[in-house]
Design a protein around this ligand. Sequence first.
Ligand SMILES: [Zn+2]
Ligand SMILES: [Zn+2]
Length: 430
Amino acid sequence: MTDQSIYDAFDEAARATADQVIAWRHQIHQNPELSNREEQTSALIADHLRSLGLDEVRTGIAGHGVVGVLRGGQSGERVIALRADIDALPVTDESGVSFASTVVDEDYPGGPFPVAHACGHDCHAATLMGAATVLAGRRAGLPGTVLFVFQPAEEGPPVGEPGGAQQMLVEGALDDPRPTMAFGFHVTPYPKGSIGYRAGNQFGASCLIKIVVTGMQVHGSTPWMGVDTMPAVGAILTGIGQLYRQINGFDPITVSIGHIEDVGRFNIIGETTTLWGTIRCAVESDMPEVQRRLTTLAEHTAQAYNCTATAEYLQDVPAVHNAPEWVEAGLPTFERVVGADRVAQTSATLGYDDVSEFVNKYGGLYVTLGVQDTTLDENGNPVPIDGGRGLAFNHNPRFYADDETLVEGVRLHCHVAYDHLSGILTPASQ
Ligand SMILES: [Zn+2]
Ligand SMILES: [Zn+2]
C-alpha cells in the first residue's frame, strides 16, 4: 500500500462515520453538562469506546474523564494522545438549531444555570469518537499506540473542586503508555474547514482571581459607625486600569473582574464584598508579577478605606505553546487534510485552553478548525459571508458550528495520528 492509499482509506472511513458523528454531536449538544458534571456525556463516550474493542477503556478519571487505549498491529514505539474536551458552559443556547439545549442545571454551585455547548466541545467529543471508530477499524496498520483522551472541566470546575487536564495528570491518566505527542483542535468562527495554527504561544496563561474585601457591617443610615467596603472596591477596580502600565506594553495582559458579590442590601452596608475575575498573560512569565501587583493594589487600597483585603489566585492554566519545530513538522499533514490554501497562521489570543498541560508536557500541537460561514479580512480576522449563518464567537449564546465540517475534524485526527506514529510528523530532533 502506498502512503496515499492509506490516507484515502482513512478519508473514506472518516466520511462513512459522518452521519454517526453528527448524531452524536446533536445528542451531546442537546444534553450539555457543566464542568465536573459530565456524567451522561462520559458514559456515552465510554460505551462507544468499549464497543470498538479497544485494549483498554479507563473511566472516572478526574471526575468524568475517559481514556481509550488502542495498540496498533505494527511495531512502533510512538504514542499519540488525541484530546477532546467534553464540558459545556453556563450560557443560554440561542444557536437557533433544532437540537438546541433547553437544559438548566438547578444544583450547580452558584446556580441554577442554563447550560449550552457554546464553546463547541460537543463537536470535539463527537469528532474524536468518530476518529476512534476509524482508527480502531484500521488498527492492523497502525505502527504504535493511540490514546483517546476525553477531558472534563476544561472551562474550569467549581471553585474548590479539582478537575480538568491538570487533575488527569495528577491521577496518572497518561503515565502508561506515556505519549510522545499530544494533539487536539478547537472549533472557531474561522471559515469552514480551515486550519489555524500559531508557532509560539497560541493561547494565554490564565488564572482565576478571588479578592475578598472586609469592612464592618452596619445600618445604611450610619455608615460612620461601621466600615463600608464599596468605596474600597471601586478604588480597586479603578486601580486595576494602572496595572497595564506596570507590565511591558509589548506583552499583552488583561485583568477582568466579571462578578462582584456582596452581602448587604439597600439599607445594610455589608461586611464583605468578593470580586471574581481572571488574569490573562500572553507571556507566561508576566503572571507572577501581575498577581503580585494586584495583591499589593488590593491590600493597600483596602487599607486606605479602613478595610482589609485578601487576594487568592486559583485554577492556574499555563499558556498553550506550540513549539516552532512541531509546527514545521505538522504543516504538511494539515495541508494534506484541508489543502494548503486553507491552512493559515492566526493571531495569538488571551483565551486559554488547559490542553496546555498535555502539549507542554509531552510535546505536540493544538490548532483551530474553522466551522462558520465566514471569510478572512485583510487583517486575518473572520467576517461573515453573504447568505450565511453569520459570525458568532465561542462563549456567545449564538455560537454555532457547521455539522458538515465535522468530518474534517475526524480526518484531521486520523492523519495526525498516523503521521506521528509512522514518524512523519515529529520534530527532526526526536
Ligand atoms: Zn470555552
Ligand atoms: Zn473551549
